[in-house]
Design a protein around this ligand. Structure first.
Ligand SMILES: Nc1nc2c(ncn2[C@@H]2O[C@H](COP(=O)(O)OP(=O)(O)OP(=O)(O)O)[C@@H](O)[C@H]2O)c(=O)[nH]1
Ligand SMILES: [Mg+2]
Length: 386
């Protein structure tokens, strides 16, 4: 069953930590894109030089004693010690947040050692933590690969959800001539896209907001997760759009039919029909474990230049699948979204109140739509359950 979730009066605080070199690159990229006020970006590194050039306003240098500000030298134990040494600062930030995202590269010292440690702090505070980590290119050598694998295995013990982006998939999925910088940019953009979709949906401007507790329930299934964003143009098939969002070729392959939950953030123009909205949940549910909980949030973006834009996070898969990229939807290899700046800079997000006021002056058909949305959630849930 899936829920239509009510408007949330409190905006949850979202902390996004970028840890180590890779994590700081992603955070720098994120800081260039428009994000809601409730999102705090925090660059964390043992490497003082890398932090100095970070464009992020909150920067935490960890493990000054353990690493002398020089990085952890590809030794995860050093990264762990650094996080342990600076745990007071890390704890302060983690404790203040309602939802935590952590991103970084596995295979080096800082990210591999510090990210699982941070996840263990979040677990102690009972805070949901979603980790998005890369694994190294094969050409970086088997030792890095093994360190990365051990890091991911450890992280899975503590994080609510772990999303793995294997760097080797960048080689397979993107144009062979793409520069390294642009390939990394594409990889980092998955996090950027999902974060943008999620924060917009959790924030007050959404028409039907995803409630924090529901978000926590879905991401806390523990295990592996998949996420992605896809756009649907008029007349395109919904199933294909969902496939594009979930079978992002830059992600580790996971067995979706084992997913225990999913969060869908829908961006649409105000002409979206209730039946269309409902069928997003129904179509998605068919692909997941039959007992999966699916939560959908809707945000009206009046100037959206497509029919729908979906951001999906599917959670609770226990195993990664050994599969080849070829089995992924080939169309999904093409970038699905325009850069965020283009998508959101000109968009005006409507709040629920304004939306209903506008609807009140338009036709009777649409009034029915509004009435449906005003039915108390409990009643709607009962209906969905029957
Ligand atoms: N996708 C992506 N991968 C990256 C990026 N930067 C580094 N990586 C990968 O992340 C792995 C870890 O590298 P870093 O993040 O530089 O390592 P670190 O955590 O700073 O660890 P130390 O430098 O040893 O303290 C590398 O082996 C690369 O595979 C990036 O910007 N994007
Ligand atoms: Mg480093």
């Amino acid at each position: 069953m899936f829920d239509l979730v009510p408007q949330n009066s409190q905006t949850p605080k979202i902390a996004v930590f970028g840890v180590g070199g890779c994590g700081c690159n992603t955070i720098n990229q994120l800081s260039q894109s428009p994000l809601a006020d409730n999102v705090e970006l925090i660059a964390v590194n043992t490497d003082a030089q890398s932090l100095q050039i970070s464009s992020c306003s909150t920067r935490l240098q960890i493990g000054l004693e353990a690493t002398k500000g020089l990085g952890a030298g590809a030794r995860p134990q050093k990264g762990y010690e650094a996080a342990e040494e600076s745990q007071t600062q890390l704890r302060e930030h983690i404790e203040l947040a309602d939802v935590i995202f952590v991103t970084g590269g596995m295979g080096g010292g800082t990210g591999t050692g510090a990210i699982p440690f941070m996840a263990s702090i979040a677990k102690e505070f009972n805070k949901p933590l979603v980790a998005v980590v890369t694994t190294p290119f094969s050409f970086e050598g088997s030792q890095r690969g093994q360190l990365a694998q051990a890091g991911v295995d450890e992280l899975i013990q503590y994080a609510s959800a772990v999303i793995v982006l294997p760097n080797d998939q960048l080689l397979k999925a993107l144009d062979k001539k793409i520069s390294v910088v642009n390939a990394f940019y594409e990889s980092n953009r998955i996090l950027q896209d999902v974060l943008q979709g999620l924060t917009t949906t959790i924030s007050q401007s959404g028409l039907i907001n995803i409630d924090l507790n529901d978000f926590i329930a879905v991401v806390s299934h523990q295990g592996r997760a998949a996420m992605g964003v896809a756009r649907q143009m008029a007349g395109e098939d919904l199933q294909l759009t969902i496939d594009k969002a979930l079978k992002n070729p830059l992600l580790e392959k996971v067995n979706l039919c084992k997913a225990k939950g999913a969060i869908v953030s829908v961006m649409a123009t105000e002409s979206i029909e209730l039946s269309q909205y409902n069928s997003i949940g129904e179509t998605l549910l068919k692909q997941l474990d039959p007992s999966a909980m699916v939560i959908i949030g809707l945000t009206i973006v009046p100037e959206l230049d497509c029919e729908l834009e979906l951001m999906v996070i599917a959670t609770g898969m226990q195993e990664a699948e050994n599969g080849l990229l070829d089995e992924h939807n080939a169309e999904a290899a093409e970038p699905q979204t325009k850069p965020l700046k283009t998508r959101f800079d000109t968009s005006e997000l409507l709040n629920l109140h304004d939306f209903l006021k506008q609807k009140a002056v338009t036709g009777a058909n649409e009034d029915r739509h509004d009435e449906e949305l005003e039915i108390p959630t409990y009643t709607r849930n009962q209906r969905t359950a029957n």
